[in-house]
Structures are given as C-alpha cells and as structure tokens.
Design a protein around this ligand. Structure first.
Ligand code: FDA
Length: 398
C-alpha cells in the first residue's frame, strides 16, 4: 500500500513537531514519523523536566559550526521572543533562571502538549513506532518505506536529531540519509559532555568527586576558541558541570584545557600579602578562597604540608603553588561519550543547505532541520532555539 502526501517528516522531536505544525497550518498534507513509542523524549527530559526552551540572549555567536554564519538567517527570522509569543498563547507559565535561560514553571510536558496541539491544528498525521526501513527518490517524488507500508511525498524533511542518548532512540539516520543523497557531513562528536582523564593521572583528584567550584575555562584558538566563566564539577572519572559541558564542545582530542580555579582574582598576590604577621596554616589560608577539600587536596597534589605556616613560606613556592591553579592546564583523555552527551556536534554540512529554507541545494525537495545539521548551540536553551528556528525556516518554505 502506498500513501501519497505533500510532506513526510522523519523525527517527531523538537524540530520535527515544530516544522510539521507550521507546514500543516499552511495547508500541506503532512505525515510525521518516528520510530520511538513516545514523541519528543528529549524535550521531556530537558532542563531537569522543566525544559530550558530558549535563551533570550540568543545570537548566532553562541553556535559552533564549520560555517558559523549559516544559522544567522533562520535565527533572526524566528527569535526567542517569537517562541515566547507561542508559549504565552498556550498559557504556559515560565521563568528566567541563569543568563537568559527560560524554563517552564511546571513541566516540559507543557511544551510537548503545545507542539502536539499546534500539529493537530494543522491536521498533521502522526505515526509513532514507525521505523523507516528505506528512503529513496523515484520520478521526482520521495519514497519512505516503513513496516506498515510505503509513503510517497513531494517533500522529505529529515529531523532525526543527533546521536546523543541512544538509549532514548537517537540514531545516525540523518547522517546516513545525507550521505545517501550525496551530501557532505562534518564529523560528528559528542558535545556538551563530561570530560575524562586517564585513571592514573586522575587518581589524586577522584576523592574530590561531587565538589563544584566556579572557574574560568578556556580551550582552542581563533574561531575555535571557547572561553566560559561557569562552575565545574569534580567526578570520579574527570570533570563535569556547566563550565566543562560548555568547553567540551570546543575541545579537540589531545589538546589541553586551561582552568583558572580562582577567576577574577590573583591568588599569588593574595597569598603573599596575607603572609605578613599571619598565624594561619597554608590549608587554612587556601580554604578562605576554596572549599576546604579542594585546598587540602591541592596542597597534597603539590607535595606541600597543609599544616605548614603561611608566614614561614618563601614567596617563590607560594607563587608557584598559586600559578599551578591559575591556570590549571590539563589534557583530557576523552569524553564520557554519546550516552551522557547533551548534543552531537557536527552533522550535515551547512554548505550543502540553503540557509533560508534548509533545503539541500543538490536535491530539491529534501530538507534537514534541528540537531542533525552542523549547528551546535551552547548549553542554556540555544539548541532548542535552533530546533525551533530551523524548523520554522523549513516549515514556511514547504
Ligand atoms: P530530537 O532528538 O529532539 O528529535 C529527533 C527525533 O527523531 C526523536 O524523536 C527520535 O526518536 C527520532 N529518530 C531518531 N532516529 C530515527 C529513525 N531512524 N527513524 C525514525 N525516527 C528517528 N537543549 C536546550 O536547548 N535546552 C535544554 O534544556 C536541553 N536539555 C537537554 C537535556 C538532555 C538530557 C539532552 C540529551 C539534550 C538536551 N538539550 C537541551 C538538547 C535538545 O534536546 C536537542 O538539541 C533537541 O532536542 C534537538 O531537536 P531535534 O528535533 O533536532 O532532535
């Protein structure tokens, strides 16, 4: 049996739902397919169940891509304020948390319900648990084979997201689809992901697991330089926390990251000044700027006695001690991988797509939207804003 429709969208996540709603409401006959049993699982779990659905400070500069200016057009044509208008029209209460991040007051389910209601308004047909076995093109129409039959459509939209969290149904379907149609892809990698270190070199710090401290983190150079002032979190295997997730997207294997463990202050100067007439131990002095656990661990790591009196120290070793933490330079051995990553970096090469519609230049009628495209946002609502904006650009063009 073969059903004929105007548009088939594969992937009922953030981008797929948004695109289906827009195209449906513009009069297109749309079928939205997903292999999972529940739609939009990533929206459901996002933001600790409250969905950080956008960031009011969004500009194209918070995104990584081999072609950084590509996302500008879609992001300026559909802004966070536009998405907020939709959120308000559904009566969803929200609040701003940290650095422009907007969250639902109640539950991420409200965003899913909103998108489903918008799809229903547009008469979108949803088919869940519908694994796609093959896609192709015959006589200018796209064919999509599923277990329950073949669909044929004028237009095919791939919205299957990235490979992060395969346990929730993430796949490399979109990358394979791009390659099948002769489009280039940028090497995919886990991003917004905790970093790991080899067991031996991490041994001295493993006991700090669970400790969070503010830091300034830096890696890379030129256009590929990342710099963030955010907390980092020690774990058994390495480092996590918002600062590390952010810097992980910029990190290249075998290169170092620079971590200032006392951002905005000069530890060497402070310790030398504090020396005069002080009865403090070194550990005590350091625990005035760091949590005690970190202060003691750092002294041990540097081979110094925590009980040593600050006043008895020469300036040079004090300065060396401070310099070792400003910055602390270390080279991760890897990441914890897609299982724990929040997003995938890389994806369909944007030079293959039209920035206004997301249509493949070489294959008219074929579109890629959302995370499968080589546009990766920072932590903080940017990735959803890209999903909405790219979906809107495509939906308006279908
Ligand atoms: P998305 O992953 O949403 O949807 C893809 C859909 O395609 C899924 O429904 C999947 O089942 C389906 N699919 C995959 N392969 C298929 C196949 N072969 N056949 C059929 N269907 C297939 N971002 C943000 O801005 N704010 C936040 O708070 C968070 N929080 C967050 C938490 C966690 C734990 C994760 C893992 C990620 C986030 N993100 C986030 C990132 C955000 O979830 C992500 O960038 C968007 O969901 C991407 O939207 P897409 O629609 O492109 O993919």
């Amino acid at each position: 049996m073969s059903d004929s429709v105007d548009v088939v969208i594969i992937g009922a996540g953030a981008a797929g739902l948004m695109c289906a709603a827009v195209a449906g409401q513009r009069g297109q006959r749309v079928v939205l397919l997903d292999h999972a049993s529940r739609l939009a699982e990533k929206i459901r779990i996002s933001g600790g169940g409250r969905c950080n659905f956008t960031n009011i400070g969004t500009t194209w500069q918070q995104f990584l891509s081999a072609n950084p200016a590509f996302c500008r057009s879609a992001l300026s044509a559909y802004t966070p304020e536009d998405f907020l208008t939709l959120v308000r029209s559904h009566g969803i209460a929200w609040h701003e948390k940290h650095k422009g991040q907007l969250f639902c007051d109640d539950s991420s389910e409200q965003i899913i319900d909103m998108l489903v209601a918008e799809c229903d308004k547009g008469g979108v047909k949803r088919r869940m648990q519908a694994p796609v076995t093959a896609i192709g093109q015959e006589n200018g129409r796209f064919t999509v084979q599923t277990a329950s039959g073949t669909l044929s459509a004028d237009k095919l939209v791939i919205a299957t997201g990235g490979m992060a969290i395969p346990q929730l149904g993430a796949t490399d379907f979109g990358l394979k689809a791009a390659r099948q149609f002769g489009l280039k892809t940028i090497e995919p990698r886990p991003a917004l992901v905790p970093l790991t270190f080899d067991q031996q070199s991490w041994k001295p710090f493993a006991e700090l697991s669970g400790l969070a401290v503010p830091a300034r983190l830096e890696t890379g150079q030129g256009k590929r330089r990342g710099l963030f002032d955010e907390d980092l979190l020690f774990t058994h295997r390495g480092l996590s926390g918002p600062g590390i997730l952010q810097i992980s997207s910029y990190w290249e294997p075998d290169t170092p990251i620079h971590i200032d463990l006392l951002p905005g202050r000069q530890l060497a100067q402070e310790l030398v000044q504090r020396k005069k007439g002080s009865k403090q131990s070194l550990a005590h002095a350091l625990s005035e700027v760091w949590p005690r656990r970190l202060a003691e661990n750092w002294l041990q790591y540097r081979g110094m006695l925590p009980t040593q009196r600050l006043a008895d120290m020469a300036d040079k070793p004090l300065t060396q001690l401070a310099d070792s933490a400003q910055p602390w330079v270390l080279t991760p051995s890897g990441t914890v991988g897609y299982k724990k990553a929040e997003v995938m970096r890389g994806g369909v090469d944007t030079r293959e797509l039209d920035q206004k519609s997301m249509q493949a230049r070489k294959v008219p009628g074929l579109y890629f939207i959302g995370e499968v495209v080589d546009v990766t946002g920072w932590l903080g609502g940017y990735n959803f804003q890209w999903a909405w904006a790219s979906a809107m650009a495509c939906g308006r063009a279908l």
